[in-house]
Design a protein around this ligand. Structure first.
Ligand code: CAA
Length: 398
């Protein structure tokens, strides 16, 4: 009797943390790509703030721009865990590359796949998931933040006036990843301020539409290669068929899409932390002090032990959030927890990795210096750590 009960229970309460053949394949492909194509020149691209277009084109060819998008829309048709694995491997080496991959995959392609209509998917999702159109790079960007609406995203100043068969957009968007390289923008704008967040709409806007101006590239502390710009809209005409969902659905669209985006940024933070840890571990085996390799000193072993433990907890949170999303469960809180913890882990681990390297960790020839600068943004974009705590707090207390 007991055996039958335990067999039935094990069917419903299995805990299998092993990766499938397919997931291991994408992890390996992403690792090899990062080591062979992203590592060479990463320091120079960071120094000169060079957008990694070549790497993004190669990733498009390999199917990394629409990892989770169904194959009928040009994607790879894989799960969110596969996306997390790819993000971790690329971010170990170059987060200026991985942030473009993340925005295109989870904010743009996933948002369109989930909430776009069939005509929108045929026209925009397919080339976006392929990352290419007519042989050229074809990416998307997500335009929510504004100069005066970052964390407080409901207070959109960008307006979208309804003119019958089209809308007219005016306003400015800030901190836009893929700002100049993207061909398609998903823009959130206020149509009826009296309705608050329910008066906001989301639009698919082609970048070459008259009235759009791309500002200069931001000179950033980290992810310096990534293509970050402000975008201005002056009397930009957007056809009504480019609105996503019903009138007033725009803020919900942004929030629901960001929930998945946060898993991507958590995986990016995880990758930055793992990359720094692997470098610190390797260095600690080479570097000698007081007559032995430094990893034989307990002071260094304790650091490595704590790094490894924090990284493992971040990885588990990322996998859990991804697994919940793949299994159509409520993943809002798990995604926020994964991002909160993984980004704090990235900041802590990279700082300790610099410490393990001593003076060498403070110079630009050693990758940990860049990884420490790159880690910081993961506590800020796609919802600051404080916003993640708000989301978690509201989920716990509702
Ligand atoms: N998931 C689903 N729906 C959500 C949600 C979530 N995580 N958070 C809020 N909502 C919904 C609410 O249910 C509510 O819906 P209804 O109108 O249907 O009831 C609506 O959104 C309004 O929510 P609130 O009343 O809770 O609004 P608020 O103003 O009190 O708080 C907020 C909203 C959670 C603080 C939100 O503004 C927020 O998440 N801010 C952070 C914004 C952000 O993450 N920006 C990142 C910019 S994008 C970026 O960085 C891209 C890049 O290029 C890298």
């Amino acid at each position: 009797m007991l055996t039958i009960v335990s067999v039935i229970l094990s069917k419903y309460f299995t805990m299998d943390l092993s990766l499938s053949e397919e997931q291991l394949m994408i992890q390996k492909a992403a690792r090899e790509f990062a080591q062979q194509q992203c590592l060479p020149g990463v320091i120079e691209r960071d120094e000169h703030q060079k957008v990694p277009k070549e790497q993004l084109l190669q990733l498009a060819d390999l199917g990394f721009m629409g990892i989770m998008t169904p194959t009928e829309y040009g994607g790879a048709g894989m799960d969110t865990i596969s996306y997390v694995l790819a993000m971790e491997e690329i971010s170990k080496v170059d987060s200026s590359v991985s942030v473009s991959v993340s925005v295109n995959n989870s904010l743009v392609c996933w948002g369109l796949e989930k909430y776009g209509n069939e005509a929108q998917k045929q026209k925009y999702l397919t080339p976006l998931a392929q990352g290419k159109k007519d042989g050229a790079l074809y990416l998307g960007a997500f335009l929510l933040s504004e100069p005066e609406a970052g964390s407080d995203a409901t207070h959109q100043h960008t307006s979208a006036i309804d003119k019958g068969d089209h809308y007219v957009l005016n306003g400015v968007k800030n901190w836009i990843t893929n700002g100049s390289t993207a061909s398609v923008y998903l823009v959130m704008a206020q149509t009826d301020a009296s309705k608050g967040s329910r008066g906001i709409n989301a639009f698919i806007v082609e970048k070459n539409t008259p009235g759009i101006t791309v500002g200069p590239k931001e000179n950033k502390m980290g992810i310096r290669g990534s293509d970050t710009h402000s975008i201005s809209f002056m009397d930009v005409i957007v056809p009504k068929e480019n609105r996503i969902g019903d009138d007033g659905f725009g803020f919900n669209f942004a929030m629901k899409t960001l929930n998945g985006g946060r898993i991507g940024i958590a995986a990016q933070a995880l990758g930055i932390a793992s990359g720094a840890y692997e470098l610190a571990l390797a260095y600690s085996k080479e570097r000698k002090s007081f007559g032995k390799p430094i990893h034989e000193h307990q002071a260094i072993q304790f650091k490595l032990a704590e790094m490894a433990t924090r990284i493992e907890t971040a990885r588990l949170l990322c996998y859990k959030a991804a697994w919940e999303k793949d299994n159509h469960m409520d993943y809002v809180m798990s995604a926020a927890m994964a991002k909160l913890h993984a980004s704090d882990t990235a900041m802590w681990v990279t700082t300790e990795a610099v410490q393990v390297h001593g003076g060498y960790g403070f110079v630009k020839e050693f990758h940990v210096e860049r990884l420490m600068r790159d880690a910081k943004i993961t506590q800020i974009y796609e919802g600051t750590s404080e916003i993640q705590k708000m989301v978690i707090g509201r989920s716990i207390t509702r």
